[in-house]
Design a protein around this ligand. Structure first.
Ligand SMILES: [Zn+2]
Length: 388
């Protein structure tokens, strides 16, 4: 049976504990003496902080291997074998759930469920998968992060408007899962989750000014400026997918308008074009499979999608002047050369000095990883991000 502990973030809101966590997060495993040296705090202060962190399960001790000079002092590290967190990514087609150590390293137990038709069934499905992961023997589950598409109100902790998963509108999936599972749960907007994943574990480590263009069921944007996510007044910023890209005769968007960028430059837009061509409904997984195996010629549809994607890329470069623009998209799985087409086309549409200042790269992180990063940040309170 697994133990279930609810951590009050206030418990680790204390400066000394936070500093110990921050040092171990950036340096990896260290002995108490090494932590004391890095922090400049006294050994008794460190011992006290470490004892508190061991007690709540955020840290664990690992014996260092014995050497000819005897057994060195045990190393402290973020709990990776005795504690875990869970990350959930909710999306229109399917939801993913994964467990990971407090070091963010995911376990090999990724679970996927087709997104159910209504909210109670969604909660049931996520609860069942989470409970299965929480039964790991000797491992305490400390919390769960939820990545949600669409608009998220961080003050209320609820979905506001999700054109692609409308069942979550006005719902509080993190609070509802916390009640069912008895662990701390937090909610993140999915583009913010991707930014966190990339900054904690991916290619944006150490970057304070970058943007993330997320091409999935919709088109989302996360912009980090001076180390802070730009969220707008209520956390609703970044909805680039609903920028009008086709002014006349555009397709109907999930938001109710016509011709939005995500009606022409998203996975679902490509799937819709492919469905029309094939005369039957196909989802993006099938489209990628059909196109990569050469069974269907979707070159014209792909060219159209990437042309509009470049419009979005140029808009982000001109608006935010990011040092790096990450693009998270499965479209590049179909044909690696498509990425270069996007970069070239965006170059032609951006202001030259802004384009010259920006590196465009494919994102490495995932939303489930971002959900994991979000809950770890929440529990350790180690990095100040306004939205978490
Ligand atoms: Zn729209």
């Amino acid at each position: 049976m697994s133990a279930i502990t609810t951590i009050r973030p206030a418990l680790v809101g204390k400066l000394n504990e936070r500093q110990v966590l921050r040092i171990l997060q950036s340096h990896g495993p260290l002995s108490r003496a090494e932590v004391a040296r890095e922090s400049g705090l006294s050994p008794p202060t460190i011992s006290k902080a470490v004892a508190a962190l061991l007690k709540v399960g955020l840290l664990e001790e690992a014996d260092a291997p014995e050497t000819a000079r005897g057994r060195p002092a045990p190393k402290l590290r973020l709990a990776s074998t005795s504690s875990q967190v869970l990350g959930v990514a909710i999306d229109g087609g399917h939801c993913e759930i994964v467990s990971a150590g407090l070091d963010g390293e995911p376990h090999a137990d990724l679970a996927t469920v087709p997104t159910p038709a209504n909210y109670p069934e969604l909660l049931d499905a996520l609860e069942a998968k989470a409970r299965a992961m929480m039964t790991r023997s000797g491992v305490t589950t400390l919390g769960l992060g939820v990545s949600l598409p669409g608009l998220v109100d961080y003050r209320k902790g609820c979905g506001v408007l999700s054109p692609n998963v409308p069942m979550t509108n006005s719902r509080r999936p993190a609070a509802d899962l916390a009640e069912r599972l008895g662990v701390e749960c937090i909610l993140l907007q999915e583009s913010h989750a991707l930014c966190l994943a990339e900054r904690q574990y991916g290619l944006a480590r150490g970057l304070d000014d970058f943007a993330m263009l997320d091409i999935g069921t919709g088109v989302g944007l996360g912009a980090m400026s001076s180390g802070r996510l730009l969220t707008g007044h209520s956390g609703l910023a970044g909805e680039i997918g609903h920028l009008t890209a086709v002014a006349e005769g555009g397709r109907l968007c999930g938001c109710g308008n016509r011709g939005c960028l995500e009606t022409v430059a998203s996975d679902s837009a490509l799937a819709q074009r492919a469905s029309e061509k094939l005369g039957r409904r196909v989802d993006v997984d099938e489209v990628i499979d059909l196109a990569t195996t050469g069974r269907v010629d979707l070159r014209a549809e792909l060219q159209e999608a990437v042309r509009y994607l470049a419009v979005g890329v140029a808009a982000v470069i001109n608006l935010f002047n990011p040092s790096t623009l990450f693009i998270h998209s499965r479209l590049f799985e179909i044909e690696a050369g498509l990425f270069d087409v996007v970069v070239r086309s965006a170059g032609a549409r951006s202001l030259p000095p802004s384009f010259a200042d920006c590196r465009i790269v494919r994102a490495k992180g995932s939303k489930r990883q971002g959900a994991v990063a979000g809950i770890i940040q929440h529990l350790t309170n180690a990095v100040a991000l306004d939205v978490i």
